[in-house]
Each structure stands twice: as C-alpha cells, then as structure tokens.
Design a protein around this ligand. Structure first.
Ligand SMILES: Cc1cc2nc3c(=O)[nH]c(=O)nc-3n(C[C@H](O)[C@H](O)[C@H](O)COP(=O)(O)OP(=O)(O)OC[C@H]3O[C@@H](n4cnc5c(N)ncnc54)[C@H](O)[C@@H]3O)c2cc1C
Length: 368
C-alpha cells in the first residue's frame, strides 16, 4: 500500500494531523490499535493556541481571566479554553483516510510495518504514538470530580497551591485545578504537576475531598470521576515525530494538545515537525522539569508566585513558545532572578545537573 503520508497513532496529535492532511486532499493512511476509541480526557488549552480552522463548537467553555494562587493571588489575563472532548474528536474528521487497526512495530522515513506483518509505504511517515509509561519516568497525576452546579462563586483556578488539602508542609505538593465544563458542570481536580514517582491517585482523591470540605463545596459521592496519569518525558523532537512523541508535550507542565493542534496545519502543508530551535527549547524545558522536581514542597508556591508575576508575554512564551528559543531563555532567566535566593541555588543546581546541591530526597537528577 502507498500513500502521501502514514500517521502512526490516532491520539489528538495524530488525528489532528490526519484531518489537516485530508483537508489538503492528501492520500492518508492512519494506524492505531484502537482507532474507534472514544477519548475521555478533559482537554484544555490556552485559547490563543487553538488554530482558526478548529470548529467553534469544540470549545465547551472559555475562562477569560483564570486565577492562580501561590502564596499570593494572581489573575492571568490570558483566556483559557476547555474543549468538548467528544466534539473535538468528531470534528477531526477522518473521512477519506485509510484507517488500519494494528500496532506499528517498526518505522523509518518511508516505511511502516505493522504487527500483522503488513507494510505501508509513503512519501512521509509520522510517529504520533504518544508516550509510554515506564518505571522512573516523571508523570503527571490528578484526581478530579465533576460537580453539577456547585453553586459557588470561585473563579476558574488554573493552579491553586493553597494548603487546605489536609497535607503537612513537608509532603509532596499538589494543587487544585478548577474549570467549567459548560452546562453548569465544574471539574475540580487535585493535581500533582510532575513527580517521579508522582503522587498516587488515592492520596489525591483524599486531598481533593478534604479541600472541597474546607471550602464548603458539597460532594454527593456519585459524581463522575476523572483520573489522570501520563508520562511527561520520553518523547523527543524529531523530523518524523509529532505530538507527545515528538517533544510537543511540555515536560514541566504536561500540556501538548494545544501545541499539536496549532502545528498540525503547517506540518500537513509540508513543514518539518521540528527545528533546531525547537530542539533547544525542548532541552530547556527538560531543565525546567528537573528544577521543579528538585524544589522542596514548601518552595513551590513561591516559585509559582514568581512565575505568575512575570510579564504575561514571557509566561506565554515559556508555556507555549515551543520554538521560541530567545523568549524561553529570557523567561527562564527572569524567573530565576525573581525567585528567593535559596530556591535560586536549587534551580541552578538542578538545571546544571549538580546532584549535590539538589534538595535532599529529590530524585530529579537520577530519575531521567
Ligand atoms: C485525563 C487526562 C486529562 C488531560 N488533560 C490535558 C489537557 O487539558 N491539556 C493537554 O494538553 N493535555 C492533557 N492531557 C495529556 C494529553 O492527553 C496527552 O499529552 C495527549 O493525549 C498526547 O497526545 P498524542 O496524540 O501525542 O498522544 P496520545 O494521546 O498518547 O495518542 C497516541 C496514540 O497512539 C496510539 N499508539 C500507541 N502505540 C501505537 C503503536 N505501536 N502503533 C500505532 N498506534 C499506537 C495510541 O493508541 C494512541 O491512540 C491529559 C491526559 C489525561 C489522561
């Protein structure tokens, strides 16, 4: 079988790319072990990351000014959109593609072999197979409850590090993420940003219930649950790789869907999936992950205060500028200058791979 492009993996990245290639009239083969799988995760992205071609109905809700709390309160003047997962998947229409059910075992620039032994050749092969969980790999975990009309005025919380989740100050830290899902429903999610190992879901569930109790938000007990666990490392930018597999997942935040949607159109048009600058930014982001893993729990709220007090442009660049090397360097340098001196020493040590200066007990340097 021959095609213009073979896309391995039909997660958000692979499906978006396949869809954009089809819109351009290309002959597309897409391969996934379970191509009909219905996506369940609640995806969100910064509104400015979403491409103009994306159907408006895929956005379930937009928060114009999300809030954050470290030791201080912050307002982020950057709209944040929560996607309707079912509509997103449906809108990335694959009509016209040859969709094969199977597992890709080997691939190179022009040839893909499936576990059935079948071979597909194409002008271009893209690996969008996501990331595999593996012992020692840093992960993000979260436990969320979807509450119907919780009847409180709390604004959407992008990240709330306040200590009302029943943990002592020395425990690994988690934050509360609160977003509207549309129709009066709100997702409250206790999140371990990154950990190696990450905080387990049972503990996050306990913390979430404790927090909701502390804030007077009633829980019936039969609410829909969202469980989150995915690796934040394991991908790498490469000419034939896209999505989480291709370094589009920010290892220090866990976000990738907005970046993949934003890039899909250009890659379908023939742009390379990566560049030398994107590779350099990815290395800096990995350093950002090491820094996060090296910080003692009680320094995280202050670190994020400094982050949310950066110029908005620098925040945006650090979070979303996956090929903006100068901007990423500036954002990281300014952040480094803004954190307290003790934190600064640990950030420098972690960034430069100096284990001796890392926070005692941290696995930041060896875990990768
Ligand atoms: C509950 C939850 C909520 C999340 N919320 C957000 C969010 O708000 N924003 C955000 O940016 N990210 C979020 N994430 C992370 C996000 O899901 C991932 O980063 C994203 O799915 C990566 O997309 P991808 O298409 O690159 O890879 P994946 O989604 O992992 O897709 C990879 C695809 O490849 C297929 N595959 C695997 N192996 C093979 C093989 N050998 N051959 C062929 N196909 C293969 C898989 O079946 C899968 O369909 C969330 C994750 C979870 C679990």
């Amino acid at each position: 079988m021959r095609a213009d492009i073979v896309i391995c993996g039909l997660g958000p990245a692979g499906r978006a790319l396949a869809h954009r290639c089809l819109v351009r009239g290309m002959a597309v083969v897409a391969i996934d072990p379970n191509p009909q799988r219905r996506w369940q995760a609640t995806y969100a992205a910064w509104t400015d990351e979403l491409p103009s071609w994306l159907d408006d109905t895929t956005v379930a809700a937009t928060v114009v000014r999300p809030h954050a709390h470290g030791r201080r309160a912050h307002t982020i003047p950057r709209p944040y959109s929560i996607l309707d997962t079912g509509r997103l998947q449906h809108s990335l229409d694959l009509t016209g593609a040859t969709v094969l059910t199977g597992r890709v075992t080997t691939l190179d620039r022009h040839t893909v072999t499936l576990d059935s032994g079948r071979t597909v050749r194409a002008d271009r092969v893209i690996d969008a197979r996501g990331l595999r969980r593996r012992a020692g790999r840093a992960e993000q975990t979260a436990y969320g409850l979807v509450l119907d009309d919780p009847g409180q005025e709390e604004p959407a919380l992008f990240m709330d590090w306040r200590a009302d989740n029943g943990t002592d100050p020395g425990s690994p830290r988690s934050f509360l993420y609160t977003i509207p899902l549309g129709g009066g429903r709100v997702l409250f999610e206790e999140t371990c940003l990154v950990g190696a190992p990450a905080i387990d879901l049972g503990e996050l569930a306990r913390r979430l219930r404790c927090r909701l109790r502390a804030r007077g938000i009633p829980v019936r007990g039969d609410e829909p649950v969202e469980r989150v666990r995915f690796p934040v490392v394991g991908g790498a930018p490469g000419a034939g790789r896209f999505g989480a597999a291709g370094g589009y997942l920010h290892p220090a935040t866990g976000y990738s869907v907005g970046a993949a949607l934003a890039a899909a159109g250009g890659i379908a048009a023939g742009q390379p999936a990566t560049s030398n600058t994107a590779r350099a930014v990815y290395r800096l982001r990995r350093a950002g992950l090491r820094a996060l893993l090296a910080l003692p729990p009680d320094e995280l709220p202050g670190f994020f205060d400094a982050f949310f007090e950066l110029d908005l442009g620098l925040q945006c660049t650090y979070l979303s500028g996956h090929a903006d090397l100068a901007g990423t360097v500036t954002a990281m340098t300014r952040l480094f200058a803004a954190v307290p001196p003790g934190t600064r020493a640990r950030l420098a040590a972690a960034t430069l791979h100096l284990p001796a200066l890392s926070h005692a007990g941290s696995r930041s340097v060896i875990m990768e």
